[in-house]
Design a protein around this ligand. Structure first.
Ligand code: DQQ
Length: 575
């Protein structure tokens, strides 16, 4: 059956779905009274809508799904509620782009229509089959609320926009039988093909508190057999949502196709933890003979492990961009505002700027950087060089639109004697950042940027560093402090933090921050630590937004160089 999207038909279906909805076990809160078949009327005055981040014109969006490039066109599908600003009625909405910056929206590609997905079309991934045919594996919710895995192919392979998809009559291809928990069996990955010609995919799951990546194999991508052992599992991590498994090159930024397996490559397993809504990844080795993955010694395999992003960032997914030989990461950025505010503004959820992702030269962590294409939006520029900021002072950076900007700054720290002494109990960087916010004076730092700040600085989001001395070495803490980000109420103003693996004695300390009205994405140490925050200023909106560099430490710090650009508006999903 084809799936040309018929709105009238779909509205009818959704009315039925609303009645059926109660009881579907999901990892998202369900607000029954806010599900409406009426389109929300988004408010006219929209200070928090973004100018260059991916978002639909209105309504709820969550996970990025099935990213790929086909015939030179980038595709992004995403979990979307066509009828409201809260999670529900989930379909695969669809947009395409030639540059990953400007996007054209299409009708939803996959939506509930058959018993194997009648109660929802949840997350999944795209895989290219031999000959270059794309295939989408996704989770469907069946009438018994069971999570099952389904396959869809494009109706017309000569349409580079892949607007219509056909679901296989054999669906579901994988069902929760033989002890699999039917409400913890979702989010198939991109497949990879072994030397034996057989395809593999993993599905997120759990058994009691043990999170796991269930492994399936197939000769033809249609008939799948469950492997006796998961690809990997880890106790006390809870449900693994949206797993992602891919190879990385041991040196350089070049990405690898998901099927590349050889003794020279490392593998990454990323999981999204339903319990905490945090993701973590490990770097390790994939043994193709045993079909098992083992994290490297020292790669922490639980919720306190490495994260792509230490702020808001969830249900992420990478894809291999064959045209530029790079691996690109997408991630969903949830709101930090109340559900009532989301309903009033008529939308909820952003996608982070796509990030290039590669293995650090240490082999111990990944590095991320906004895709180079985003730089086409850079407009007016201001520069600073060799500028000392004394302890306790601020420096306004004017001449750009501070509510829509891209800033790159690097600091030179020549004297570190005044660094505060690191306490061995400070193992959690987020806690440390909430104890030692931007207003808490230190030795070396806090220093960094105050973004989306009002003129009087009553509102400000501080992204900053603090350097501690730990025996003979120095520890660099990066924080994003939202405690004064808005005079508004009912906002989650949690501070976020990460340790950055940089030696401040011998390297410059760099920070790049992308500011877009209600989102602040920051990359410390050339992309070794990333923190994304959502903020909702009342005063620092539009021309009322200012940008400052600041230093609240005892020692002066020097801005070696600073470049700031106004960012132009991208064309994203315009009507
Ligand atoms: N969101 C989807 C699920 C996935 C969760 C449902 C993660 O497939 O596990 O919208 O945010």
């Amino acid at each position: 059956m084809t799936m040309a999207f018929s709105r009238i038909w779909y509205i009818g279906l959704c009315s039925v779905l609303l009645l059926l909805h109660r009881g579907a076990e999901a990892s998202h809160p369900i607000y029954m009274h806010l599900q409406s078949v009426q389109s929300t009327s988004a408010v006219d005055h929209q200070p928090y809508r973004t100018a260059y981040h991916f978002q639909p014109p209105q309504n709820w969006m969550n996970d990025p799904n099935g990213p790929m490039i086909y015939k030179g066109i980038y595709h992004l599908f995403y979990q979307y509620n066509p009828f409201g600003a809260v999670w529900g009625n989930i379909v695969w909405a669809h947009s395409t782009s030639t540059d990953l910056v400007n996007w054209v929206r299409h009708d939803p590609a996959i939506y509930p229509s058959e018993p194997f997905d009648i109660k929802g079309c949840w997350s999944g991934s795209a895989t290219f089959l031999p000959g270059g045919k794309p295939a989408i594996l996704y989770t469907g919710i069946d009438p018994q609320n069971r999570q099952v895995q389904n396959l869809a192919f494009p109706k017309n392979l000569s349409d580079p926009l892949l607007r219509e998809w056909i679901k296989l009559a054999q669906n579901p291809l994988m069902a929760p039988i033989n002890g699999i928990n039917a409400s913890s069996f979702r989010d198939p990955t991109t497949g990879w093909r072994g030397a034996d010609g057989r395809w593999r995919v993993i599905i997120g799951s759990k058994r009691r508190r043990r999170g796991m990546a269930i492994l399936y194999r197939s000769k033809d991508f249609i008939h799948w057999t469950k492997s006796q052992h998961p690809l990997h599992s880890s106790d006390n991590t809870g449900m693994w949502e949206c797993p992602d498994f891919f190879p990385v090159s041991p040196n350089g930024k070049m990405g690898l196709d998901t099927s590349v397996i050889n003794p020279g490559v490392k593998h990454v397993l990323k999981v999204s933890l339903d319990d905490t809504k945090h993701e973590y990844y490990t770097i390790g080795t994939y043994d193709p003979a045993k079909d098992q993955y083992s994290p490297d010694p020292g790669s922490v395999d639980n919720g306190s492990g490495l994260r792509y992003d230490y702020g808001k960032f969830y249900a992420s997914k990478t894809f291999f961009d064959d045209s530029k030989k790079r691996r690109i990461l997408w991630g969903w950025i949830n709101e930090s505002s109340s559900v009532a505010d989301d309903v009033e503004k008529g939308w909820s959820g952003l996608q982070a700027i796509p990030r290039l992702l590669w293995l650090d030269s240490s082999g111990k962590q990944l590095v991320q950087w906004p895709i180079v294409e985003i730089e086409q939006l850079r407009g007016d520029q201001v520069n600073l060089a060799n500028k000392e900021i004394k302890g306790g002072s601020v420096l306004e950076v004017s001449g750009i639109t501070a509510s829509q900007a891209d800033i790159e700054v690097s600091f030179d720290l020549s004297k570190l004697e005044k660094a505060e002494v690191m306490n061995p109990s400070w193992v959690n960087p987020q806690l440390l950042c909430s104890k030692k916010g931007a207003s808490v004076k230190g030795g070396i730092g806090p220093f960094g940027l105050l973004v989306l700040a009002s003129k009087d600085m009553k509102e400000q989001t501080a992204i900053f560093f603090r350097v501690f001395k730990d025996g003979k070495r120095y520890v660099v803490l990066m924080c994003s402090d939202q405690s004064r980000s808005s005079l508004g109420k009912d906002i989650d103003k949690t501070s976020y933090g990460a340790f950055v693996d940089v030696d401040p004695l011998h390297e410059k300390l760099s920070l790049r921050t992308l500011i877009d009205h209600s989102i602040v994405e920051s990359f410390g140490g050339q992309g070794k630590a990333c923190i994304t925050a959502r903020v909702y200023p009342k005063l620092a909106i539009g021309n009322g937004a200012h940008l400052f560099a600041f230093n609240n430490g005892a020692e002066s710090v020097k801005i070696a160089s600073l470049s700031a650009w106004s960012m132009k508006r991208a064309h994203i999903n315009e009507a």
